[in-house]
Design a protein around this ligand. Structure first.
Ligand SMILES: Nc1nc2c(c(=O)[nH]1)N[C@@H](CN(C=O)c1ccc(C(=O)N[C@@H](CCC(=O)O)C(=O)O)cc1)CN2
Length: 284
């Protein structure tokens, strides 16, 4: 068997075009990104987010702060953006430099503008099954599954990794889509045993090749989120051998990454709709 490649680049282009159409209909939509410090990968991701936002007609503000900016100054900036009427969505690029408390900073973003979905109000609403803003990478994974007609209902799904950005929200989304979900992590005793039962595998730990062909159930859908830069180039968590066993597979690069950026734009559009009263907040 050779897996059908789930083309994240192509799907992201479609999502981005849909967002652009809806932004044009809505009028002004504003996104502010905050990048603190010099992390080279973060610079690449912020540049990609701005290119995509601008192409979609979103008014994207690129705020950059030196690596030694104090927590007080970062929090003051976030507060200003929370009160800025031109800004519908705010994202603080992670990771932050070590002296900054990521929890404190991400929790400072107004839940309505938290397009990353990291604030406890948004995490809580996802938990409750009434999502407002959902982290972009797991959203993108769900869109990929839907686009390739992989319905999680009744399926065994294994999520490898329990990060707040990917693993935990991914597990919630799969559970709400009626999958039976197992979350594996660094203390899981027999990863292969879990993966071998899975119809859907989402690998998000940043350990190159941790999922290999021997573990994967023939025909499974395998989504690769882990990204490690090596001397030989970018490597995902999923070994190339998996393509001969899986039914569906995301390429790395070109799979879940482009969808992360497309879903951020979707979330920004959603934030603008909430702020204009075009969408009702759950429970409101
Ligand atoms: N505030 C946030 N910080 C971070 C997030 C996030 O969603 N919000 N996620 C990651 C990084 N990230 C977006 O910020 C991200 C990672 C990877 C890609 C991507 O397109 N990857 C490409 C390959 C990229 C390359 O060549 O370097 C791919 O998979 O094809 C986009 C966004 C951590 N921080």
């Amino acid at each position: 068997m050779t897996a059908v490649l789930m083309d994240g680049k192509a799907l992201a282009a479609k999502v981005r075009a849909d967002v652009a159409r809806d932004v044009a209909a809505l009028g002004h939509v504003g996104l502010a990104t905050v990048l603190v410090g010099d992390d080279p990968a973060s610079h690449v991701y912020i540049a990609a987010k701005h290119k995509a936002a601008t192409e979609a007609g979103i008014d994207a503000r690129d705020v950059r702060l030196p690596a030694d900016t104090s927590e007080e100054d970062v929090l003051a900036l976030v507060d200003r953006l929370n009160h800025d009427d031109e800004v519908d969505g705010i994202l603080v690029q992670l990771p932050l430099p070590g002296h900054l408390d990521e929890t404190k900073v991400t929790y400072a973003v107004s839940p309505a503008k938290d397009v990353d979905g990291f604030h406890p109000v948004n995490a809580g609403n996802l938990y409750l099954g009434t999502p407002i803003h959902v982290p972009a990478t797991p959203s993108g994974c769900m869109e990929l599954l839907a686009a390739y007609d992989v319905d999680p209902a009744g399926k065994e799904a294994v999520v490898i990794g329990r990060s707040e950005i990917v693993g935990r929200p991914m597990a919630m989304l799969l559970m709400h889509a009626n999958a039976t979900v197992t979350v594996c992590h660094s203390r899981t005793r027999d990863l292969a045993a879990h993966v071998s039962r899975a119809d859907i595998v989402v690998a998000a730990v940043g350990r190159p090749g941790i999922v290999n062909a021997e573990m994967v159930k023939p025909g499974a859908a395998v989504l690769d989120v882990g990204l490690t830069r090596t001397d030989e180039g970018i490597r995902g968590d999923v070994d190339a051998s998996v393509a001969s066993v899986a039914g569906h597979l995301t390429p790395m690069p070109g799979g879940t990454g482009p969808m992360t950026i497309a879903c951020l734009l979707q979330s920004t559009l959603k934030a603008a709709r909430y702020r204009r009263g075009l969408l009702a907040f759950p429970g409101a």
